[in-house]
Write a protein that binds this ligand. Sequence first.
Ligand SMILES: Nc1ncnc2c1ncn2[C@@H]1O[C@H](COP(=O)(O)OP(=O)(O)O)[C@@H](O)[C@H]1O
Ligand SMILES: [Mg+2]
Length: 443
Amino acid sequence: MTARARRRLDVFVAQAHAGELRMAEDGALTFQYDQSYAGPDLSVRMPFSSGEYAGKSVYAWFDNLLPDDRRVRQGMAAEAGTSTGVFPLLANYGADLPGAVQVVASDDVGSLLNRGQGYVRLSRTEIAARLRRIMEDEDAQRARTWARSDEHWSLGGMQTKIALREFDGQWYECLGSSASNVIVKPGAWGLEGQAFVECLTMELAKRCGLPTASVRVEPFDEISAIVVQRYDRFTAPTSGLVTRIHQEDLCQATGTVSAKKYAADGGPSAPEVMGLLRRAEGGSASRFVDALLFNCLTASTDAHAKNYSVLHPRRSEYLLAPLYDLASAAPYMGKGKTYRLAMAIGGENRVGWLRKSSLERFAQANGLDSGQLADRADELAELIKDNLEPAADELARQPGSDALASLLICRLRALCDATQRNIRVDGIHFKPVDIARFGIMSC
Ligand SMILES: Nc1ncnc2c1ncn2[C@@H]1O[C@H](COP(=O)(O)OP(=O)(O)O)[C@@H](O)[C@H]1O
Ligand SMILES: [Mg+2]
């Protein structure tokens, strides 16, 4: 690779050359579209244009393609023998990214894009071995020692995860630029049964009618992991060919670096997201309101801007993607503590504190009818209560999962009941609920 080429990376969207990512001597990043590119905009923030994009939007957009955790980036850099900068990491791990984007060093374009099906069969035991290494490493380095050196994919997020292809009951690792179609996560470190709780929350959302990525808990030898279908991939049913669909998360769409993904740290708030989604297709704004209410009613505290994405079907069009990474914190909450949602509704982010005035404030700020908003919150609370048991029954039983499901069900029923009451009564009758008071014995 020449010194000049090292400062320039080619950016592809759905295999079409979208433009170039360049790094100046001082490390500043710029992006310029290829003028013959006809595909979707790279980002809501960077619509197709003849000018060069520079500054925060460019840095944030590419930064968000990498894992959030510095230690994971350090591990990736050590594996590849580079520094932890966004540019060198993408030069090594940009061949399979969220959505349809690929970022590749110009010298590698030919070999990467023509490599064809670089898939290698993996047995369940080999996947289990990888998951075991991830879990062993988790406390220490979080290095990427469990991956093969010829895997060049990257995904955002805090949890360590593996991008694989699943087809016809077989599992494959994705080498070179091969596209994955599932994400396998062992669950958040330190929270007993978190994979199960995440799956249950996702299954619940789906049953409540919210478009949600499909998930299941899958045993790999003795390890239960979450297997999430990638909605940004389409797998042809007969050939198994995987094609990519362009997406960006809401940090990318708002020019926010991953370190600021929480509204409390200066990241996108619900009104900011509403502003963005009102211009989107497919009822995106009302689907986002549903998601906010669902997260509030299920104590899913971690729904920050990187846990929402928009899909870009074609140029100048975008819509809210199916929901992913929904996880109730209810079973892990301790009595007498305040737990906060990543995004406030009408200024209220405390779990158990949503009330009539919060909905009125949110409705007013976003041009909604507060009565209709309260009706929808009520309807979702009913749907959640009705679907908790069936969603839990749907998931495969594992050691400890019955107790965890019972605790979750009991606490979420209490949260929904209290919220249904609080959104109808005036201020003096409002009573916040501490759902951590409910233990298995008291349900
Ligand atoms: N089902 C999915 N389809 C497509 N992309 C996904 C899906 N789930 C997650 N992602 C992408 O992968 C990233 C990390 O996944 P996520 O489940 O949020 O992990 P974490 O628990 O580490 O935050 C997300 O920010 C999103 O870009
Ligand atoms: Mg996430």
